[in-house]
Design a protein around this ligand. Sequence first.
Ligand code: FAD
Length: 393
Amino acid sequence: MKIIIIGAGVSGLTTAINSKTNLNEVLVLEKNSIPGKKILVTGNGRCNFLNDDFSKEHFHSIKENNIESLINNDNKERVLNFIKSLGVEIKIKNGYYYPFTNKSSTIRDALYEEALNKGVEFKFDYRVNDIKKENDKFIINNELSCDALVVSSGSKSYKVTGTEGDSYSLLSKLGLSVTELYPSLVQVLTEGKFLKELDGVRTDAVVSILDDNKLIKEESGELQLTDYGVSGICVFNLSRYVHILNKPIIRINFMPYTDNSVDYFNNLVDEKIYDVLKRIINEKIASVILKLSNINRDKLKSNLSKEEVNNILDLLTNFRLNVTGTKSFDNSQVTMGGIDANEIDINTFETKKINNLFLTGELLDVDGDCGGYNISFAILSGLIVSDRIKELC
Ligand SMILES: Cc1cc2nc3c(=O)[nH]c(=O)nc-3n(C[C@H](O)[C@H](O)[C@H](O)COP(=O)(O)OP(=O)(O)OC[C@H]3O[C@@H](n4cnc5c(N)ncnc54)[C@H](O)[C@@H]3O)c2cc1C
């Protein structure tokens, strides 16, 4: 039996390694000249491949499906054992799993070397432009054929790594449905009077996304303020909601360290209000808050009116920015949406419409939060597909 896998990313390499037996031939087609180009840029070059908290709330889809039934501890262990089986030493920091070397290349090299050791063949600089099914065979670019085809070609995010989204149209020509597609885990664009002044500020905050006044999701962590809006992991995890809310608003609490901002503020020493604020927040934020509330920075704290204090506290804990969109696919870590996961059998990841056609990883309508969820899902899908392929051989 001959198997072709399109894409030498994390899910394609996992599938290749686990599918290869003495009874089959496995060929991976990759448009780049190297394998796993995207793996190299993950986790700031460290590849966060899994998370201790492997729970359903970290996985999302545009169309409701039953992928979430795969999110359980057994499958988390499967992913971990697979990475360990490659000889990769693991480091866990705050529940986030990395290779001990802190280098993504450790994971990429381990996957590629294992595939070569198993006898998987690779064709690099090979872009798939056409897929046909004729009788029981898949025909690729009118020149290669196989009995089972695995499409592991990723999404349309971060196209410098080879993921330009070309497979969506190839698969829709074969009759599969593609949902809407949006950039996710990406910077959020906002309106905001003094954004230029805040450009470059990094601060710990609780950041929420609201739909008008309704709280949708809250995250905490390091927030980055920029001249176009907001960034940082906490913002990335909120970015998918920008595309589905009517009136998305980012709300920032600059005082995450206290539950009682009123008492905290009242207990601060009495001096010029700008100097007071500089003690508890970044000075650029202090300056903007005073401008927005029309308060002279030299006014003594004790001379502020009740209304002025309320204004300051409101801006400190309930700072609102109207959202205008997100940065593009080129900046996004993942794509929200993809091939409708209802069109695959989740026990095998085989498409229900076309026998022996399998899909893996980010190509599907599944997007995870920051924290190793996307790579772990890509690996899990590759492991499930290869179980089925071994049965077929
Ligand atoms: C900057 C950045 C940081 C990230 N950090 C993390 C992280 O720390 N943890 C985490 O879990 N996730 C992270 N992700 C997301 C994660 O990298 C992806 O979700 C994951 O790599 C998807 O794996 P995949 O196998 O589905 O596709 P990919 O790894 O994207 O592989 C797809 C491959 O298919 C090839 N291909 C595409 N079309 C064709 C074609 N027509 N012909 C031939 N080859 C083709 C591509 O060149 C590519 O090599 C990050 C993403 C980015 C961009």
